[in-house]
Design a protein around this ligand. Structure first.
Ligand code: ADP
Length: 190
């Protein structure tokens, strides 16, 4: 089966503090992989290393056999990433943020965006700085899913969502799985 993500011997030290050590795993197409552990286990360190947002101490990460290159738009396009802490342009409205994100894609992703906004009951007129933690998380989910990526990397996706929204989110995940999307999903809910 085609490998979408390969993580090999990944180690990250923050100075003297160990983040993760010698971690290897791989995800085949369509696989849903849970990264489960208590706070401090190294889930975010793993995901930030995979996303190349922090420098790895050792190890390699490959997407469809290729190492991350910041100029490789094919790798960027294949990933939908939801960070555990979402930081966006505070002064923009939700609509402006979504328009901005949409403008990066040549393919038409507007219809999918509208579907997601509706299902997650997101108010596009609100300013990002006005959003509650849960509503910001919903916006993060739309941004991660709207370009229909091959690989979803979701860090603590449900934290801050009310039970009904959690249910909607799990339905969305199930639909993605049925479509054959590969999913890396981290949670501290043991
Ligand atoms: P999780 O996401 O599972 O809660 P983290 O990846 O955040 O775990 O943390 C793994 C370990 O790395 C912890 O011991 C944590 O204290 C340490 N760590 C994480 N981020 C930093 C940082 N920026 N500086 C120093 N240590 C860090």
């Amino acid at each position: 089966m085609k490998k979408i993500l390969e993580v090999e011997k990944l180690t990250k030290y923050y100075g003297n503090v160990l983040g993760i050590e010698n971690l290897s795993f791989s995800l085949s197409k369509g696989e849903v992989f849970g990264l489960i552990g208590p706070n401090g286990a190294g889930k975010s360190t793993t995901i930030r290393s995979i996303m190349n947002l922090i420098n790895k101490t050792e190890g390699t990460v490959k997407f469809e056999g290729k190492e991350f290159d910041k100029d490789d738009i094919f790798i960027k396009e294949m990933i939908g990433y939801l960070p555990s802490e979402i930081h966006l342009y505070e002064e923009l409205s939700v609509k402006e943020m979504l328009d901005f994100h949409e403008s990066f894609y040549k393919k038409n992703i507007h219809k999918r965006r509208c579907e997601l906004v509706k299902r997650l009951k997101l108010d596009e007129d609100k300013k990002i700085e006005e959003l509650s933690f849960g509503n910001l998380k919903k916006l993060g989910i739309v941004l991660a899913f709207m370009h229909s990526p091959k690989l979803l990397i979701l860090d603590e996706a449900t934290s801050g969502l009310d039970p009904i929204m959690q249910q909607t989110f799990y339905e969305l995940l199930k639909e993605e799985k049925e479509k054959g999307t590969t999913i890396l999903y981290s949670t501290h809910i043991l």
